[in-house]
Design a protein around this ligand. Structure first.
Ligand code: EPU
Length: 337
């Protein structure tokens, strides 16, 4: 395994921010993970696993080993008349996996079309969009436990998935994901409940939607609403949608009848952070090279060579201003280095 020195990370993060890794390696096979971790221990250096770099903000250089995950492969493990079980290398591109499954008419992840990043990153923040989360199809994960130096198999329960969260986020840097198994359906129940999906299908006069129709609709919606990171640096939603109790929900609703929120339990509501940020006057706002995207206030964009620090400070100003207006503390979804 080759360890390179002083490698630029600018093309390895979707914000396109300048940063350097003191040490850098790419991983194509499982045993290279053990090797990379032993190297870090020997050198007393921290490590950082990088997938597609689409959920990370570099505010400084990384003084340690950046491990770029490039393990590839899609393997069919089991097939029945109703289901398929596949094992996918952590370094596979997420959208290419979705396209592969859509083409085979295997249902379950079509609503997650066009999400940037790699398969290994999907379980970490339990990627979700348009009524579906990755946790619904993940069967098990093969990961290297850097604490015990053992390879472990974690089933769905062990992964402790919840909204944009998992064991891998809670125990940050403990597990390195090598493979993810997905259980997909040949006669899936399609998720078309999200209003905007229904609108697109209606426009196209599609009455009996297929897996491919849903995927195409999502691609259209995302292309229209979210900036393409290869054109405008960004990391998708910068913040999580916050959860509030009934009392806070009522109080905000009283002052702001247009509040966008969804009940998630008897006493809890998830509030659209994009709505909060928009109300606080940030949507479409630009400060230097950083901005709040004009079509979706949850997305922060790098207009022209902004530094990670500038982007971080901009996000801090949004958090402050939403807090002042609503008394809600937004949490970042993007990993800050
Ligand atoms: N809204 C506004 N102003 C905005 C943005 C949103 O008022 O600028 C309100 C609108 O009423 C809109 C509602 O918020 O109807 C929900 O907006 P949207 O459907 O865009 O969803 P979201 O809650 O803002 C989440 C995910 C997205 C995912 C969409 C679609 C999070 C943090 N984000 O956004 O995920 O694509 O749902 O399901 O949960 C990502 O994680 O990078 C990402 C893009």
């Amino acid at each position: 395994m080759l360890i390179q020195e002083n490698i630029s990370l600018t093309s390895f993060n979707s914000f396109g921010c300048k940063a350097t890794a003191n040490y850098f390696c790419t991983i194509k096979r499982k045993n290279e993970i053990d090797e990379a971790i032993s190297w870090c221990e020997h050198q007393e250096k921290p490590f950082l696993v990088l997938g597609g770099g689409s959920n990370i903000l570099f505010t400084k250089d990384f003084d340690g080993l950046v491990i770029k995950m490039e393990m590839k492969g899609i393997q069919l493990l089991k097939e029945t008349p109703r289901e398929v079980l596949i094992s996918v290398g952590a370094g596979e591109n997420w959208h290419l996996l979705v396209k592969y499954c859509v083409q085979k008419a295997w249902g379950g992840i079509e609503n997650l079309s066009l999400i940037p990043g790699t398969v290994g990153a999907a379980p970490i923040q339990n990627i979700g969009a348009y009524g579906v989360e990755a946790k619904e199809t993940i069967q098990q994960i093969t990961a290297y436990d850097t604490h015990t130096k053992q390879w472990v198999i974690l089933d769905n329960d062990a992964c402790q998935f919840s909204y944009r969260n998992s064991l891998f986020k809670k125990e940050k840097n403990r597990y390195i994901i090598a493979e993810v198994q997905f259980l997909l359906q040949k006669q899936p129940t399609l998720h078309t409940d999200y209003g905007v999906i229904r609108e697109v299908l209606h426009q196209k006069q599609i009455k009996q939607a297929s897996i491919e129709d849903i995927s195409n609709a999502i691609i259209e919606i995302r292309t229209d609403k979210l900036p393409d990171p290869s054109i405008l640096g960004n990391a998708g939603s910068f913040f999580k949608n916050p959860t509030v109790n009934h009392e806070i929900f009522n109080k905000i609703k009283e002052d702001h009848p247009t509040l966008v929120a969804f009940p998630i339990s008897n006493n809890e509501y998830k509030i659209a952070a994009g709505w909060l940020i928009e109300q606080a006057g940030w949507k479409g706002k630009k400060q230097g090279s950083v901005g709040c995207y004009e079509k979706q206030a949850l997305v922060i964009v790098n207009y022209n060579q902004a530094t990670g620090k500038e982007i971080y400070n901009f996000s801090e100003a949004i958090i402050q201003s939403v807090n002042n207006m609503f008394g809600i503390q937004l949490e970042r979804e993007v990993n800050i280095i």
